[in-house]
Design a binder for this molecule. Structure first.
Ligand SMILES: Cc1cc2nc3c(=O)[nH]c(=O)nc-3n(C[C@H](O)[C@H](O)[C@H](O)COP(=O)(O)OP(=O)(O)OC[C@H]3O[C@@H](n4cnc5c(N)ncnc54)[C@H](O)[C@@H]3O)c2cc1C
Length: 592
């Protein structure tokens, strides 16, 4: 049986010591961000995830979903778990008080998001996507539409889904064919089919709100002719009450590698009544605005799986006895030493620890910057935060999801053969994590976004939002000998990253294939340097806390992990830099 214990201490560290969220107490929504109020929230979220959601995860994977006559049935326990989630008020945590929400910032909700993803990702997709649909309506819907749909979405009594993908239109949404015909009363009839719609049909909520991309009859071809509509399984009257069944049907669910309790639905719309959200033909603009938060959330899915995989691998490595340590028996009274004594096992466990704790700091920092970009009263701070979010979104989504999969695979490796068989539960994490690298924009497409849009935009302004503070940090700590083991490699690798950036920018201008061929490696390099900056900052805090004598084991763990990251993971950038500067020829001229 796998285990899961929410990493509450690390959430506290990141929120209150690393990000020091309390410093923003005058920014709307942050008044209650201190530990006295946040600790009970973290404990309650941990209890929900450990005791309600996690016990359903393995069972859900084994039993899976049933589909018959347009209906999807979940294994016993899921409906009750969702009810508990709603009764706890969790869906409304960050929602607008005007529609019944609690108005708290996203950064304070991120720990819950991660815990849900660790404990039961299949379950987490329904509230996660619902929040995306809520955001789309909140940002682009008219007041009338918001009053109609949002209150019940905020409480979690209705869920929301995002309906973009069609068989011929995945990455390239310009190929969408679903049609929207205007009616005399101002509504529209949607006709067409969507595939791969997560939670498109289920029995957790009484109604499902669909955010649909479709084309109007006068739409220009391609990506500029797509509009966003809202529809629902049951019509919603103007006063928000539920009406008759709409012409929306689930024609089936996919049988897939993982996430066996997340219904991935084939949906058909047969003249379904819908309303325009935002302006005609501007549906993609609406999607782009929501994309940063949605991509961060998918990144957190990777992190969540990485964390639970790490916890299980660590516990197993301390328990499993095989062979003796290379330097002689460490537990001579036992028939063999626990495998945690072996350097290669320690390497795997430390890789997981460095990934999880570094990624948690990045995810929470991203959420904080998204909050400040929306809520901070100073326009300059807003702009700086938004620049950072724009730059770091593709890096965060891809690093956290590539890493989540890799950490799950490492957990299987630590378990050996027991990892590969079903009984111990870790192989599920590999299967569940795999999709996060694909949906919400594949990681290859994230890399293109980074080199093709984010680097050239604003004449390097986005880049400065990372390089300036990182370089200032190095300058500030360069004379501190205790920090040299962290600041020296950080400084050196900022240099390598700048070299790679120049190479990609200059070669890409002459031949876009050069930038395209370098994109994934460049994205990885950037992520490694961002992690090095995070680990160096964590090390400074840990050194100060160690000097004051509190919580020694925790802070020593931070310093040790920072050292491991600098010495064993960051150097991979040298190989990545060599690949990048070798250019695109071996890729583009190869006979395949
Ligand atoms: C379990 C699951 C849940 C999903 N949930 C939803 C949902 O709720 N709503 C929804 O609308 N969709 C959903 N999707 C769809 C998902 O977002 C798409 O699968 C994804 O966007 C990729 O599209 P595609 O599968 O058509 O792949 P394609 O777009 O065909 O891509 C295939 C490969 O080509 C690469 N590629 C494509 N274009 C380029 C390019 N220009 N440059 C470099 N490489 C390129 C991609 O990176 C990828 O490796 C879900 C899918 C799954 C499997």
């Amino acid at each position: 049986m796998p285990i899961y214990k929410a990493p509450v201490r690390d959430f506290q560290f990141v929120l209150h010591e690393y990000l020091n969220v309390e410093q923003y107490k005058d920014v709307p929504g942050f008044a209650d961000s201190g530990p006295e109020l946040m600790n009970p929230v973290l404990e309650a979220a941990a209890q929900l995830c450990e005791e309600v959601l996690f016990p359903l995860n393995e069972k859900g994977d084994k039993i899976g979903l049933k589909y018959a006559d347009g209906k999807v049935t979940m294994p016993d326990g899921f409906k009750e778990a969702y009810k508990t989630y709603v009764e706890g008020g969790w869906p409304s945590f960050t929602c607008d008080p005007a529609y019944g929400g609690q108005g708290l910032p996203d950064v304070l909700n991120m720990p819950l998001m991660e815990m849900v993803c660790s404990s039961n990702l299949s379950f987490g997709l329904t509230p996660g996507l619902s929040h995306g649909a809520y955001n789309a309506l909140l940002t682009y819907g008219s007041d009338a539409l918001k009053k109609r749909y949002l209150p019940k979405m905020v409480t979690g009594h209705w869920s929301g889904v995002m309906c973009l993908t069609e068989p011929q239109a995945g990455t390239d949404l310009g190929l969408i064919r679903t049609k929207a015909e205007p009616n005399a009363d101002g509504s529209y009839n949607i006709t067409g089919g969507k595939i791969f719609i997560s939670s498109g049909e289920h029995e957790l909520t009484e109604n499902i709100v669909h955010l649909i991309l479709a084309r109007l009859p006068d739409a220009p071809p391609g990506i500029k002719g797509i509009s966003l509509f809202v529809s629902s399984k049951f019509h919603v009257n103007e006063d928000g009450s539920m009406g008759e069944r709409n012409k929306i049907r689930c024609d089936g669910i996919e049988h897939k590698m993982g996430l066996h309790c997340s219904p991935t639905c084939v949906m058909s719309y047969d003249g379904a009544k819908a309303y325009l959200v935002g302006e005609k033909h501007k549906g993609m603009r609406a999607m782009f605005v929501m994309m940063n938060a949605a991509r961060l959330y998918v990144g957190v899915q990777g992190l969540g799986i990485g964390e639970v995989a790490y916890q299980n691998a660590l516990a197993y490595a301390k328990d499993r006895l095989q062979m003796r340590a290379l330097t002689g028996a460490k537990f001579p009274d036992k028939p063999a030493d626990p495998i945690i004594v072996h350097p290669d096992v320690r390497r795997m466990i430390l890789t997981q620890k460095a990934f999880c704790e570094g990624s948690r700091a990045l995810a929470l920092e991203m959420a904080l910057k998204i909050d400040l970009a929306h809520r901070h009263p100073d326009p300059q701070v807003k702009k700086e935060c938004d620049d950072f979010v724009q730059l770091m979104t593709p890096i965060t989504k891809s690093y956290l999801t590539d890493g989540g999969f890799e950490m799950a695979s490492l957990a299987v490796q630590v378990y050996g053969g027991y990892g590969y068989i079903g009984e111990y539960g870790v192989e599920q994490y590999v299967r569940d994590a795999r999709i996060t690298m694909i949906y919400e924009g594949t990681n290859g497409v994230q890399a293109l976004d980074l080199v093709g849009r984010k680097l050239p935009l604003s004449a390097g302004r986005y880049l400065r939002s990372f390089f300036h503070p990182a370089t200032e940090f190095v300058a500030k700590h360069k004379d501190n000998p205790a920090m040299a083991e962290f600041t020296k490699p950080l400084h050196q690798h900022i240099g390598y990253l700048q070299q790679a950036t120049m190479w990609v920018a200059s070669r890409g201008m002459g031949n876009p294939d050069e930038a395209g061929a370098a994109a994934t490696e460049y994205q990885k390099m950037f992520a490694h340097v961002a992690m090095a900056y995070i680990w160096a900052r964590q090390a400074v805090i840990a050194q100060q806390k160690l000097a004051s004598g509190s919580d020694k084991e925790f802070y020593q763990g931070k310093i040790d992990t920072a050292r491991f990251f600098m010495q064993r993971i960051l150097p991979a950038n040298l190989g990545l830099l060599a690949s990048i500067t070798n250019g695109s020829k071996s890729i583009m001229q190869a006979a395949i």
